[in-house]
Design a protein around this ligand. Structure first.
Ligand SMILES: [Zn+2]
Ligand SMILES: [Zn+2]
Length: 143
């Protein structure tokens, strides 16, 4: 992939986040951003490598950097399994049976941000609630 062919959206986003948009970082961020849901580092590696040869350690390091700078969300899905997604204003559900993690729009949770902020004297800038339980597919399978 030539640099001129890299998606401008990814480059612009990384620049706005204060991250030097190298080709490898653009590829890793784009792999997370184009996924249907939160993905593992191994899945990001598989996707990013389709375009350009990248070793696994490089992908892991870039994911760490992107997560630390807030360019991706890092979700702890139990048993040391981390998943990554992009976007603000949403929370996560983790199925403890199959390990699936999905993004949930905060509006659907009806979380009363101002009540919590007032009760605890907090200034809240970002909400990512961690929900755990069993997904519909597993619910049906478990009867
Ligand atoms: Zn499940
Ligand atoms: Zn998410």
């Amino acid at each position: 992939m030539e640099p001129r062919e890299t998606p401008n959206a990814a480059r612009d986003f990384l620049e706005r986040t204060g991250i030097d948009p190298t080709l490898n970082r653009i590829l890793v961020w784009s792999a997370v951003a184009s996924a249907k849901g939160p993905v593992t580092a191994a899945e990001v590696h598989a996707e990013a490598t389709r375009e350009h040869r990248l070793n696994r350690v490089t992908v892991y390091r870039i994911l760490d950097l992107l997560a630390e700078r807030g360019a991706v969300n890092r979700i702890n899905a139990g048993e040391r399994a981390l998943r990554y997604c992009v976007g603000d204003g949403h929370s996560h559900f983790h199925c403890t049976n199959c390990g699936e993690v999905r993004c949930i729009a905060n509006e659907t949770l009806h979380f009363d941000e101002s009540a919590v902020a007032n009760a605890l004297g907090l200034t809240i800038s970002h909400i990512d609630l961690h929900l755990e339980g069993v997904c519909p597919k597993c619910s049906r399978a478990l009867g």
